[in-house]
Design a protein around this ligand. Structure first.
Ligand code: ADP
Ligand code: MG
Length: 322
């Protein structure tokens, strides 16, 4: 059990940013409207995620730290219509096997509890004041996996990955207010007022995100909504393009290619636009259970979606191309 958690941790918990991603996904799944993340030393000395979600009931607390004890999937068929970001039940156990995790939660709003788990062992369980939602603190990450620790890059690089994750979660869920602080300094703050353009502004700045065009299209299988920046606002990296599928941030080369071919000859070689695409589709057409990080997906009608995306992007910049 302990060993398999540590092995799973190798896949799920690659670096501090993967911890942040999993904890924030859990906060989203708990129906939170505000999520606050605090990191110190690029997440290596500590990561704290606070939410105002539904909390964890007393009887589910210890189970949350054991493998595959997800509360989110009840039958095999659920796997094909996953509505939550998490479903494998291995993130929290994996994190707790390679760090010290302090969980404070209520659940029923009357009794609070604080549980400390280190290296997969429950250290203490004490009562705590009732609170709305959950707070999880992760310290001493990779204390018992020195090889992993050695492989990490500088604090600056790790922080960049964390910031990237938070930006994408905020783009995926403009209806949730996200805050990210590094050593107490604000790195991201969104309103939660369900305004995607505002989120783009707070991440990329008014000038960069200014003059974005609305993308909107639908077909029998897909609905597309989002924003695409002017081809005069180009960047030297693809990471300014964010694809959201049914509320989940994904990495998908085919979709990136589809966006780029929509811009066609407008982009200089090696340059990329700022784009955020929200795609909704029947969950039966997606398989998210491809990799433990759940960022890669398999799509059944990928070609048709690619064509729709290219067409939509091409339409908004058509005038520029004449
Ligand atoms: P899952 O794949 O279900 O997301 P995790 O290991 O990430 O598995 O979390 C285990 C369980 O712990 C979840 O199914 C959920 O019941 C509970 N949990 C974790 N974090 C939170 C949170 N912030 N709020 C409410 N419940 C949580
Ligand atoms: Mg999870």
């Amino acid at each position: 059990e302990q060993l398999s958690n540590k092995i799973a941790a190798g896949e799920v918990v690659e670096r501090p940013a993967s911890v942040v991603k999993e904890l924030v996904e859990n906060a989203v799944d708990a129906g939170s409207s505000r999520i606050r993340v605090d990191v110190f030393e690029g997440g290596l000395s500590s990561i704290r995620v606070m939410d105002d979600g539904e909390g964890i009931l007393e009887e589910d607390r210890e189970a949350a730290f054991f493998r595959h004890a997800t509360s989110k999937i009840k039958t095999d068929r659920d796997l094909f219509r996953i509505g939550t970001l998490g479903f494998r039940g291995e993130a929290l156990p994996s994190i707790a096997s390679v760090a010290e995790v302090t969980l404070t939660t209520s659940g029923d709003g009357r009794t609070g509890e604080k549980i400390i788990v280190k290296g997969g062992q429950v250290k203490t369980r004490t009562s705590a004041p009732p609170r709305k939602g959950t707070e999880i603190i992760v310290e001493d990450l990779f204390f018992n996996t020195p090889a992993r620790l050695k492989y990490l890059k500088t604090i600056h690089t790790e922080l960049g990955h964390i910031s990237d994750i938070l930006n994408r979660m905020a783009l995926a869920r403009p209806d949730i207010a996200f805050e990210l602080y590094n050593e107490g300094r604000t790195m991201l703050k969104t309103s939660g007022r369900n305004d995607l353009l505002q989120v783009l502004y707070s991440i990329y700045g008014k000038t960069a995100a200014g003059e974005m065009k609305v993308l909107k299209a639908s077909s029998a299988d897909f609905q597309i909504k989002g924003y695409a920046a002017s081809p005069s606002e180009v960047r030297s990296s693809r990471s300014y393009m964010t694809m959201i599928l049914n509320g989940r941030y994904i990495k998908n080369h085919a979709l990136v290619k589809a966006v780029l071919s929509g811009y066609n000859t407008l982009l200089p070689i090696g340059k990329f636009p700022i784009v955020c695409l929200h795609i909704s589709l029947n969950p039966q057409l997606v398989d998210v259970n491809v990799h433990p990080s759940k960022m890669e997906v398999r799509l059944s009608k990928e070609k048709a979606l690619q064509e729709l995306v290219t067409e939509t992007v091409r339409n908004v910049w058509r005038n520029e191309q004449l």
